[in-house]
Design a protein around this ligand. Structure first.
Ligand code: RNT
Ligand code: ZN
Length: 418
């Protein structure tokens, strides 16, 4: 392995690229692991029956789903032990804990996430947070913040305000800002007669949430996430890409782009250089759509590489934050975390080893054949040896060695759950 790395390092050095520096930088870029892969996005509010909904769907019934918040944390910690680099954990509001009695979402407080905060501190990691506008009886008819009924709207506005206070408490507990992402399921299945009023109401509702100036914007970093469609909101989504882009820009909020929230052949890497002309900050929901917003486990494919390559080519690392968003119930869920997060980290490293300067030089001098040739040749550079070295330096299993650790965890822990 050492030899392979030394040879690889020389090959990259020949292109003016420093593999050691790339490894170090790649390890330092935070990736936020979503808590909702562990339990198939169901959450743990004590409600009658299971209300998933909101137009998102985890399919499959592989054994071992986390049945409690404790088990979610246990699975996350196990996965994180097999993944290199700085990791954060992204908590949704419906993963609250109610030691002194259940309260609804408009009554949530930082104390309902105290265990998450304590756990994060023990692990030396930071948390991100999300208000949850789906999987709730008050979201059942497809509208929340844009609902025609003021009482329902106000319920959700209060939830959003509470979420910002919780995010601020997390920031305080961990000493780093907490990224807070607003995604709402609002929309409808078929042609609406009125596309206008719900969008006006949504803008007003977001304004009402963000009007709370007691929350420190440097500690709670707000983002709004757009969407193209959901199951049951195929025709009309209130918080569309255009809506969120305009809203974020005019209100000075961050914009969240989810890789699965566009038309099937539309990718997000081409959007970054336009959005960042004016948007302050972007949050990326790193995901993998297949034919629809299927939220498959992220793999090291061209879509993923292109996103990070684009950030490297624009030197935009400090203006983009990364969170994962996928949920697959058909495979080992810890394995899903490890595959997806390792792929994202791999793509970051791959981007940091891009010969940007040479490619630009070719482009400026009209040598477009050389530009394409070099892009193509980069794909078979000894990248795997650099990736292995990154894992070794991070003291996590190298190559496929993590698979055995996952199998042991499955036999000893996950199988016991059914
Ligand atoms: C849904 C959005 C959203 C959710 C999570 C649970 O389409 O992608 O980010 O996946 O908030
Ligand atoms: Zn998302």
């Amino acid at each position: 392995m050492e030899k392979a790395y030394e040879l690889a390092k020389e090959r990259y050095a020949g292109l003016g690229l420093d593999a050691d520096a790339a490894i170090e930088s790649a390890l330092g870029i935070p990736i936020s692991l979503h808590c909702w892969q562990a339990d198939d996005n169901i959450g743990f509010e004590p409600r009658e029956g299971e209300i998933a909904g909101g137009g998102i769907l985890a399919t499959g019934n592989y054994p071992g789903r986390a049945r409690t918040v404790e088990e979610v944390r246990q699975d996350l910690a196990t996965a994180m032990g097999l993944i290199p680099g700085i990791q954060r954990v992204n908590v949704h509001a419906y993963y609250a804990e109610f030691d002194d009695g259940f309260v609804d979402r408009d009554q949530l407080e930082p104390k309902h996430f105290r265990k998450w905060m304590d756990w994060a501190r023990t692990l030396g990691i930071s948390l991100d947070f999300n208000p949850s506008f789906h999987a709730h009886p008050k979201a059942n008819d497809g509208f929340t913040l844009s609902h025609a009924d003021a009482d329902i709207r106000n319920f959700w506005i209060e939830h959003g305000r509470r979420a910002r206070q919780i995010a601020e408490a997390m920031a305080e507990s961990q000493g780093t800002p907490c990224n807070l992402n607003f995604w709402i399921p609002d929309g409808c299945k078929d042609l609406p007669a009125d596309r206008w009023t719900p969008r006006q109401r949504l803008a007003e509702a977001y304004d009402a949430i963000f009007a709370d100036t007691s929350v420190d914007g440097t500690r709670c970093a707000d983002f709004v996430e757009s969407k193209l469609f959901g199951i049951g909101s195929e025709e009309y989504v209130v918080g569309s890409h255009d809506f969120c882009t305009v809203y974020a820009l005019t209100r000075g909020k961050g914009l969240c782009l989810d890789m699965g929230h566009y038309h099937p052949t539309e990718t997000i890497h081409d959007k970054l250089s336009s959005q960042l002309l004016a948007q302050g900050k972007l949050l990326l929901h790193v995901s993998r759509p297949i034919r629809w917003d299927s939220d498959h486990v992220v793999i090291f494919n061209d879509d993923l590489k292109n996103v990070f390559l684009e950030i490297q080519r624009g030197q935009a690392w400090d203006r983009v934050v990364f969170a994962l968003d996928f949920f697959d119930a058909s495979i080992n869920r810890v394995g899903a975390y490890v595959i997806g997060t390792r792929a994202a980290r791999k793509a970051i490293l791959y981007a940091l080893l891009d010969p940007c300067a040479r490619l630009r030089d070719y482009e400026r001098s009209g040598r477009n054949t050389q530009r394409l040739a070099l892009m193509e040749e980069m794909k078979t550079m000894p990248f795997g040896a650099v990736w292995d070295e990154l894992c070794r330096r991070a003291a996590v299993p190298v190559g496929m060695d993590w698979i055995a650790a996952m199998e042991t965890y499955e036999e000893q822990t996950l199988r016991e759950r059914d």
